[in-house]
Design a binder for this molecule. Structure first.
Ligand code: NI
Length: 175
């Protein structure tokens, strides 16, 4: 029997603005169930990253798959911490499954180093640049209640909120 897809929350939602709580041993069963469901929702969307708050779970965890060479490369990040970031910046266009259809250029540190636990609870570190760097920073932001639109000018942000609200009204109007 197929498990139904876990819904991805569309902003604005209180949990998307909240700071998520650290994962502890007591969440092990919950995560074992949640992780495959988050990957399923992310691949279906489709997207390259999804953080637990986006599916209504206020825990410090996200999943990423950049599909290098069109092959799956699922990565799970539990209790991630950014331990180093470059002073050099990089700008790239970002979108978010919680802000469907909305995109903007976002400037962030070009390279980061993350410390985290993987799905098996092993301590890991990863150094990232380019798309992976932006993706890890974007997903890490979700754990602190920050969306990519919080990094752009108020003018552009308000434009995106207006477009999103209009698109959601039209979607509801269309049934
Ligand atoms: Ni996002």
């Amino acid at each position: 029997m197929d498990t139904p897809l876990i819904p991805i929350l569309v902003a604005p939602q209180a949990i998307l603005k909240a700071r998520a709580l650290p994962v502890t041993d007591k969440h092990a069963d919950q995560l074992r169930d949640l992780i495959p469901r988050m990957f399923a929702a992310m691949y279906h969307a489709p997207g390259i990253g999804l953080a637990a708050p986006q599916v209504g779970v206020g825990l410090r965890m996200f999943v990423v798959d950049l599909m290098p060479d069109d092959k799956p490369d699922p990565m799970v990040f539990i209790n991630p911490e950014i331990v180093l970031q470059s002073t050099e910046l990089a700008t790239r266009e970002e979108g978010c499954l919680s802000l469907p259809g909305q995109y903007a250029d976002v400037t962030r540190p070009a390279r980061v180093k993350l410390r985290y636990l993987d799905a098996q609870g092993a301590k890991k570190e990863i150094e990232a640049e380019d798309l992976l760097s932006a993706c890890l920073q974007h997903e890490h932001d979700h754990l602190n209640g920050v969306l990519f639109v919080d990094h752009i000018s108020a003018l552009k942000r308000n434009m995106i909120w207006r477009k999103l609200a209009k698109a959601q009204r039209e979607k509801q109007g269309a049934g």
